[in-house]
Write a protein that binds this ligand. Structure first.
Ligand code: CMX
Length: 427
């Protein structure tokens, strides 16, 4: 990985100096106030982290290194990874080198499969993915370098090696989990003539690597790759990595957070909901039927999956990308038609209802219906797909954090009694 490593080395001096100067000269500058609501409300809205790979704004949504995500939907995950980690688009040579690195370790050693095969058959696919990563920790070059006394200035190089090995293997592992868990037959070995996403589609068993499904998987892996630094998975991985735990520990921690229903698991809930609408109305409901059904749920104090967002205040651009793909390729599919109809009806109802701060669809509202269309119907697997993609962003953040010598995360926690005392004193 001479080109990528060389690019990062070229950038590193200035970035380290900038961090040092900022800490020295501006460490006392106030960025905001901490109030009791932040402490009680999961630190929502509290500025407390640095993340340069991507940003999420309420009105524009996700931008990777200032490039709106909708401008990246025709590219490959390898290009996105290079952009995430360096802030630049790769030239042909750098891209080809990276594609080679993503292929180099795509055959997974037997001891990993042995562990997965020994797991109880009702293990969730996310547990299997996280376990597979932990199993490979024994191969960490970062840990070996640390144990050998490598200077902390140089540790990031071993971290980059670990990250490339991990990313190279994670799609093979995920596809193997899919075939094992859902009795799809023998595992399919990666091909040397396909890139990372095409190989993933191929190894799942739903594609020859060059069809529409492969194109959907390519876009899916780009769209979910990163979402700033404060979401549960990125923050968890960052915290674990800040203790100089290697990327196998850190990414596993992040993916364990992604497995929560309020985070990554929401995508399986969304498709479940869409299918339940389709089943209840024996097909695509009329506008009137859907409007009444949405009101019925809201009056029962149930949420409408796929709508609303903690940060966004517009339609999620990632939803727009999936929706456009569906309109182009799956317009005749009834499940997609339900998604399309919900897009036209639900925001109006949520606005009239007046509770949700953001009535617009998020990324999870459409992605499942497209996977379902192409035969990937086991929605317990969807969060694994999300995890394979999100590994790109989390791994980029971890390499940068080690390269920039980010300190250990250690916010101050207070007791409820102390909080009440502080509220009283400030009232
Ligand atoms: N349907 C019904 N009610 C909703 C709603 C929805 N889709 N979204 C928000 N609300 C309600 C909330 O439940 C809350 O009600 P209460 O005051 O009774 O508690 C009220 O509107 C205000 O909530 P909010 O400030 O708009 O939303 P939050 O920031 O608290 O929560 C989210 C954001 C995503 C958890 C929420 O919108 C939700 O539950 N959506 C449905 C589940 C979903 O699609 N999750 C995927 C999220 C994708 C992602 O995070 O990437």
């Amino acid at each position: 990985m001479n080109l990528l490593r060389g690019k990062l080395e070229e950038q590193l001096g200035a970035m380290r100096a900038e961090r040092k100067d900022l800490a020295k000269e501006s460490g006392e500058v106030k960025l905001g106030d901490v109030n009791a609501g932040h402490v009680l409300g999961g630190m929502r809205g509290l500025t407390g982290l640095l993340c340069d790979t991507s940003t999420v704004t309420p009105t524009e949504g996700l931008a990777i290194r200032n490039t709106p995500i909708l401008d990246l939907t025709t590219g490959s995950p390898e290009e996105t990874f290079y952009l995430l980690i360096t802030g630049e688009r790769p030239d042909e040579a750098a891209l080809s080198e990276l594609q080679g690195a993503f292929r180099a370790h795509s055959s997974v050693p037997h001891y990993v499969w042995n562990v997965l095969e020994a797991m109880p058959s009702d293990s969730h696919p996310m547990v299997m993915l996280s376990t597979a990563l932990m199993t490979m920790e024994r191969e960490s070059k970062f840990r070996a370098a640390y144990d050998a006394g490598t200077s902390k200035d140089e540790l990031w190089v071993a971290m980059l090696e670990d990250v490339l090995l991990l990313l190279s293997r994670i799609s093979t592992i995920a596809a193997g989990i899919y075939r094992m868990k859902f009795n799809k037959g023998e595992r399919i070995a990666p091909r040397t003539d396909l890139d990372w996403s095409a190989n993933f589609a191929y190894m799942l068993g739903h594609s020859d690597g060059n069809d529409q499904f492969a194109d959907l998987i390519r876009m899916y892996l780009v769209l979910h790759s990163d979402h700033g630094g404060g979401n549960v998975s990125a923050f968890a991985a960052h915290t674990v990595g800040s203790a100089l735990s290697d990327v196998f520990y850190a990414l596993s921690a992040g993916l364990n957070g992604l497995a929560g229903p309020l985070h990554g698991l929401a995508n399986q809930e969304c498709l479940k909901f869409v299918l339940s609408v389709h089943e209840r109305f024996n097909g695509v409901p009329s506008d009137k039927q859907l409007t009444e059904f949405i009101w019925e749920r809201l009056n029962n104090r149930q949420v409408i999956p796929g709508f609303g967002h903690a940060v966004l205040r517009v339609t999620d651009p990632r939803f727009t990308a999936f929706h456009n793909f569906g309109l182009q390729h799956c317009a005749g599919d009834e499940i997609f038609q339900v998604v399309d109809k919900m897009f036209n009806i639900v925001p109006k109802v949520l606005q009239e209802h007046g509770k949700a701060t953001n009535p617009w669809p998020n990324v999870d509202a459409a992605s499942g219906s497209l996977l379902y269309h192409y035969g990937l119907k086991e929605f317990e697997f969807y969060t694994v797909m999300f995890g394979v993609s999100r590994a790109l962003g989390i791994c980029s953040q971890i390499v940068l954090n080690r390269a920039l010598l980010s300190p250990i995360v250690r916010p101050k926690a207070i007791t409820t009694a102390k909080l009440k005392e502080m509220i009283g004193a400030n009232a």
